[in-house]
Design a protein around this ligand. Structure first.
Ligand code: ADP
Ligand code: MG
Length: 704
């Protein structure tokens, strides 16, 4: 393959103070020694005193300086938190769980006791937990039960620069809570005579501290002196269209030409990571004699937690570690040993295409990163010594990038947040937000909520809306669960929703084996489409046991696990997705119980009991109607020319080739999501009786 040519733009080397090389991960320092060697450790006393003295502090420091792991421990160890809990929020679940694991280790306490975490569908903490890592989404959800967050004495808003929707909502709520809990004191002053005052620490890795400080009426800004070594940046001479292939060639160029040191490759998502990992491993086996070995590992949201922790262990001798990561490794997680960074210049970003497509869900689009991300990625190469960054894009492309990302609140669907706020009697428009969302976007989200029956014609929250808000699900799927009550098929709807909500995809798609995969999976196909097909898979998976003849006893659990694994492998199904869905289902059952929804009601039990609510629908129709309530906005009608047109939007949609419905024509469909490539494709597609929509309209009228 041709080698890459790069222009050397050493002019933009990031130069900062050159500090002595800190102990690398391979040096045999104890974990407590490692803590003391972090850049933040020198400033410990001063930081603690400032945090003690101020209600709100803004803390700024280079990635890897120790903010996320150390600040919560400093606060805990200095007694600032009193008897309350210290919350540290993260935009990503993997970051929350992985950092909690690390800090539990540093505190020499098992995870889930002194140090715990709470993320959607997974939590590990108990009554003794004092340091709690959580996603920003989870703490916003906790507002529903405890609007003043009274069990927390300190809330640390980490990665604030990412400006996720949940972080913005949290910041607005914290501002309100500070007034309630600490009283109207002068900015920066300590809350006086309050029984349960709150402390807020806002942490960020980029230079936007003033904005946060101004938001909290001039809160004190603290800077942590970082240790950043110079990084030499190379831009590719031309823009690379196939960035996966180009990343692979660049990797081997580094591997063959340059001294040992680990390589970190930034890619937009899981699919690219998996495909690049496979090809690097393939070629690494065929390297000439004398070239060091290659060890690959990956870091992305949906990856197995055990595998994620591999990135922290040092490479064996004479081996180069190659870490493939999404932008999670940009600022949230610092991977030691990295000397070379390969930046594809791409990321996946949530984008709300409501207006473009006339109503719909958020989509994840692969797009160019921002200059600020590019600089962060580059900085990852210079943590332990001078480093190198290879950009798979030109110098001009870098200059054309946006400077920094827009806050999520101006580009995401607000339906779920508006619903949660309504439960607190709050209106998004009335909140003191750092950036206000677009009025169109609010309108469109209100329309969605109205269609779901979550708010009535006057905009007031309905009983059904309150029930929906209780589920940690997109409102569309919460609505399907709530609607399933009336059709007597909650059990089945939970099974399907759990698979849709799992972090990884159900079907394994290997290009070379696409046909054999389709063949073995054919038996799961349901004539109505993808939702019922998913249900068939879940049911079949549940039926797999170790061996029918073995009486259950010690060891059968493991045998069953491996039987399930083998069964999934044979059917090209992702075992991780199915077992995760099983856990999600259990959590959704708990929410059902709290809301008096009978989750054991299933279409199978129903036929024997002749349940009145079932309205006499066949199993599949009952289930599809439940989804129809949630996905009404995601529906399309067949046109005379054989294409589908959105019922509530202007666009023509095609059915995604991965769908079981892709070769069928039915009068009306519902779908989980739209994928935008050269055309608009609907994914997760099922048949819905066309008449459903007229009865649905009647149902809405009745509600109003
Ligand atoms: P910051 O928040 O300022 O970016 P962190 O507190 O996340 O910094 O990181 C401090 C150090 O802890 C880094 O050197 C990082 O490599 C290390 N670290 C974080 N998590 C783990 C882990 N799970 N295993 C080993 N080291 C870790
Ligand atoms: Mg951090």
């Amino acid at each position: 393959k041709p080698r890459h040519s790069y222009t050397n733009s050493s002019a933009r080397e990031s130069v900062q103070n050159d500090a002595p090389n800190q102990a690398g991960p391979s040096s045999p320092t104890s974990i407590q020694e490692q803590r003391k060697q972090l850049p933040i450790a020198q400033g410990r006393e001063a930081l603690v005193e400032e945090i003690r003295a101020n209600d709100v502090t803004v803390l700024l420091g280079e990635t890897g300086s120790g903010k996320t792991t150390q600040i919560p421990q400093y606060i805990f160890e200095s007694g600032i938190a009193g008897t309350g809990v210290i919350a540290i929020t993260q935009p990503r679940r993997v970051a929350a769980t992985s950092l909690a694991t690390r800090v539990a280790l540093e505190q020499e306490s098992p995870l889930g006791k002194l140090v715990g975490y709470s993320v959607r569908f997974d939590e590990k903490y108990n009554h003794d937990t004092r340091i709690k890592y959580m996603t920003d989404g989870m703490i916003v959800r906790e507002l529903l039960a405890d609007p003043n967050l009274s069990k927390y004495s300190v809330v640390i808003v980490d990665e604030a620069h990412e400006r996720t929707l949940r972080t913005d909502l949290l910041l607005a709520n914290l501002k309100k809570i500070l007034k309630t809990r600490n009283g109207p004191v002068a900015p920066g002053a300590k809350g006086k005579n309050q029984s349960n005052p709150l402390k807020v620490v806002v942490m960020s890795a980029t230079l936007d501290a003033e904005k946060f400080s101004a938001f909290f009426s001039g809160a004190k800004i603290l800077y942590i002196q970082g240790r950043q070594h110079p990084v030499k940046i190379y831009h590719s001479a031309e823009n690379q269209i196939d960035y996966v292939d180009s990343a692979m060639r660049t990797f081997f160029q580094i591997h063959i030409d340059r001294p040992l040191g680990d390589v970190l490759i930034f890619l937009p998502g899981q699919e690219d990571i998996e495909s690049l990992q496979a090809s690097i491993e393939h070629f690494a086996k065929r390297l000439p004699e004398g070239v060091p070995e290659v060890l690959t590992c990956a870091m992305y949201a949906a990856q197995d937690q055990r595998k994620n922790s591999q990135v922290f262990s040092a490479a064996p001798p004479n081996t180069r570690k190659c870490i493939l990561a999404t932008n999670i490794a940009e600022t949230s997680i610092t991977i030691p040993g990295v000397k070379y960074v390969i930046d594809t210049g791409k990321c996946k970003e949530k984008q709300f295409l409501a207006r473009a497509a006339g109503g719909g869900l958020d989509t994840l689009l692969t797009r160019d990163i921002t200059q600020s991300s590019a600089m962060q990625r580059c900085g990852r190469a210079g943590r332990e010594g001078a480093g190198f960054c290879f950009r798979l894009y030109t110098d001009k492309s870098f200059k054309d990038m946006e400077v920094s990302a827009q806050p999520e609140i101006v580009r995401c669907s607000l339906a779920s947040s508006i619903l949660q706020l309504r439960c607190l009697d709050l209106h998004l428009e009335e909140l003191d937000l750092m950036d206000a969302p677009d009025i169109d976007s609010i309108q469109s989200s209100l329309k969605t909520l109205w269609l779901l029956g979550a708010i009535d014609n006057t905009g007031k929250l309905t009983q059904a809306g309150r029930e929906m808000a209780a589920f940690p699900l997109e409102p569309q799927y919460a609505c399907a669960v709530v609607a399933s009550k009336n059709y007597g098929c909650t059990s089945e709807v939970l099974d399907i929703v759990a698979v849709i909500s799992a972090s990884s995809k159900l079907y394994i798609d290997v290009a070379e084996q696409r046909e054999s995969a389709a063949e073995v999976r054919r038996k799961f196909r349901h004539p109505t489409g993808d939702h019922m097909t998913t249900l068939n898979v879940v049911r079949a998976y549940r039926e797999v046991t170790a061996d029918k003849n073995v009486v259950s006893g010690p060891g059968t659990g493991n045998k069953e696990k491996s039987a399930k694994k083998e069964w999934c492998r044979k059917h090209f199904l992702n075992e991780q997705a199915l077992s995760e869905a099983n856990d999600i289902r259990k959590q959704l059952e708990t929410v059902c119980e709290r809301n008096n929804i009978n989750h054991t009601l299933s279409t199978t039990s129903r036929t024997s009991q002749k349940d009145d609510d079932s309205k006499g629908y066949a199993e599949d129709e009952a289930i599809l109607r439940s989804f129809g309530h949630g996905l009404a906005e995601n529906s399309a009608f067949l046109q005379p020319d054989g294409s589908y047109k959105q019922t509530m939007g202007p666009s023509a949609v095609k059915i995604h080739p991965s769908s079981t419905m892709c070769e069928k024509k039915v009068p009306a469909i519902i779908y989980d999501e739209l994928v935008y490539t050269n055309s608009i494709y609907a994914r997760g597609v099922s048949y819905i009786p066309k008449g459903f929509f007229s009865s649905f309209a009647a149902f809405q009228q009745r509600k109003a």
